[in-house]
Design a protein around this ligand. Structure first.
Ligand code: FAD
Length: 540
């Protein structure tokens, strides 16, 4: 049996090598349009930034090494230009020699990935994208050229994962970087108050951030924005997002999904039973609804590539829906997310319960603890975990991965309270931040406590609800939620006469507020605790 694979990086190469491990006799041909296969696309920004110093470190395999170890016939600089599903052949254009030929297949695997979206604006030809090794070489040269100018500057269109990674790396190289993002926040997989923490960190490290505007024109040494202002730009990058490469599939009459990706079933089979598709080019199933989703991430591409090999080799296998678990780092800050944001859950009509916490990654008494902000989005009707986000230092990725695993296993938010996680003071806490989220979820589910969100406070106060800051006078003096009366938690029992019937309490992160809420509730007050405390409200 002969399997032809289009695209020789994440999904395609996972399929090819796994198929060889399962079937020593299979004929496997991989076509790759660029000059390299199996390169480390996730490492490209770090080569541009000089963190990865050896270009060769990005090139994980070559056609020769893949031939030697896996007996693969890998043809680089070879673009597949058409599919004839009836004849079961693909048309190939050898970009090095100009030769055109056809290649037959029994099974065809499409793994062509997704192309960076470049907006149709005047002068955009000057904007660079980052997808493959050739792009990386171009960008590295452009950085050198930009650095040679009197005031080295760069504009990055797009404040997503790649935009942030490039902002860090170009800054480290010495460019004055501005991110221009059309949405009103960076990082769409985060909610606005969590993304604000990332923006603050970038600004602290010298990156300018312009949200709510777009680049209207790319000029010789500058860009003009949609609000009429302009920015110096020795280098311009388009990192606005990616579009699935579906040209081949569409021309072959394969069914596409609502959002443009190639439609596949649980076995990654397209509407043609001999043709499979994986990776950024395909529609995935959303883990929360089963609906169609585009999730251009390396994990699903690799796993689904592996799975296709199983299916072709006749093994039972079915792909799982995806959560979109992702992580990014910039200037030492980590931002990670899994599942849905609050805004997405609300837009989908879910009744949500939201929890913000600000724990340390390990016991505070052990030197070197780093803080983080966590957010859990819970379905208030079912206690199901809809999503989680984390921003901070060490340990953010671990907490989001634990929650992603819990979601995959079908645990509820309250179940997080009971997870048995490893602990010693330098690694965590006996009540891990994930357990703490579970405790709070359980208390909310059981009605032991009621919370109010940062964006709801103003309206509640306007309705006449009393606001009490239960922190110390010194903390209160450094800044409080507008209009709050200061009654420290330890004084509450003796100052009960100052507390109204309907009250919102707040502390720094929510814990003392919870203690205060329990006290006041037992003294007959209707009391709500400001979720995440002053830190979430003030976004600090
Ligand atoms: P790709 O890995 O992009 O491979 C597709 C290949 O198909 C391409 O090399 C292309 O040349 C080839 N091709 C397309 N059409 C044809 C054709 N007609 N004929 C022959 N060949 C063709 N994801 C993460 O999860 N974490 C990260 O940190 C991360 N960082 C990233 C950083 C950068 C700069 C980039 C660009 C991506 C990053 N990603 C990251 C995304 C991740 O790389 C992709 O999700 C993953 O590579 C998708 O795998 P794929 O096989 O679908 O496509």
């Amino acid at each position: 049996m002969k399997t032809v694979i289009v695209g020789g990086v994440a999904g395609g190469m996972s399929a090819a090598t796994r198929l060889r491990r399962l079937d020593e006799d299979a004929e496997i041909v991989v076509f790759e349009r660029s000059g390299h296969v199996s390169f480390a696309n996730c490492g490209l920004p770090y080569y541009v930034g000089g963190v990865i110093t050896e270009r060769s470190a990005l090139l994980l395999q070559t056609p020769a090494s893949l031939k030697a170890r896996f007996g693969l016939d890998v043809r680089v600089n070879s673009e597949v230009t058409g599919i004839d599903p009836e004849a079961k052949t693909v048309a190939v254009h050898d970009l090095a020699t100009g030769e055109r030929y056809t290649e037959g297949y029994d099974h065809l695997v499409l793994a062509p990935g997704a192309a960076p979206f470049v907006p149709p604006i005047p002068g955009v030809e000057r904007a660079l994208v980052l997808r493959n090794i050739a792009d990386t070489d171009r960008m590295a040269d452009a950085v050198d050229a930009a650095l040679a100018r009197p005031e080295p500057s760069a504009v990055i269109m797009g404040g997503g994962f790649i935009g942030l990674e490039l902002a860090e790396n170009l800054t480290e190289r010495g460019l004055k970087v501005t991110i221009v993002e059309l949405a009103d926040q960076l990082l769409a997989p985060l909610d606005v108050e969590m993304a604000a923490l990332v923006e603050k960190h970038l600004v602290k490290h010298g990156v300018a951030v312009r949200t709510g505007v777009s680049v209207a024109e790319v000029c010789a040494e500058a860009v003009t924005l949609s609000d009429g202002s302009s920015l110096p730009a020795g280098l311009v990058v388009a990192a606005i997002g990616v579009r699935p490469e579906t040209g081949l599939a569409a021309a072959a009459g394969l069914e596409l999904g609502e959002r443009g990706g190639i439609l596949v079933d649980e076995r990654q089979r397209t509407s043609d039973p001999s043709i499979f598709a994986v990776g950024d080019a395909v529609v995935k199933r959303d883990a929360l609804t089963g609906g169609q989703a585009l999730v251009p991430l390396a994990g699903p591409a690799n796993r689904h590539g592996r799975l296709v090999a199983d299916v072709i080799a006749g093994r039972p296998a079915a792909s799982r829906p995806v959560l979109g678990t992702a992580v990014v780092g910039a200037f030492g800050l980590v931002a990670a997310a899994t599942g849905w944001t609050e805004k997405r859950a609300v837009a989908a009509g879910r009744t949500v319960r939201v929890i913000h916490t600000h724990p340390a990654n390990h016991a505070g008494y052990y030197p070197g603890a780093e803080g983080m902000s966590l957010k859990l989005v819970v379905d208030a009707d079912t206690d199901a975990i809809l999503g989680a986000q984390g921003v901070g230092g060490a340990g953010v990725d671990k907490r989001i991965d634990v929650i992603a695993t819990a979601m995959r296993g079908g645990l509820t938010a309250s179940d997080l309270a009971d997870l048995e996680l490893s602990y010693a003071p330098q690694f965590g806490s006996a009540k891990d931040p994930v357990n703490m989220l579970g405790f709070i979820a359980e208390n909310l589910r059981d009605g032991l406590t009621e919370t109010v969100q940062w964006h709801e406070v103003e309206a509640e106060v306007a309705k006449g609800v009393q606001l009490i800051d239960v922190r110390t006078p010194a903390e209160y003096a450094r800044g409080t939620v507008d209009g709050a009366l200061n009654v420290p938690v330890d004084d509450l029992r003796v100052r009960l006469d100052e507390v109204a019937d309907d009250v919102i309490v707040h502390c720094q992160v929510g814990l003392r507020g919870y203690f205060a809420a329990r006290t006041l509730a037992q003294h007959g007050r209707r009391v709500r605790n400001l979720d995440g405390g002053y830190r979430t409200w003030a976004r600090i």
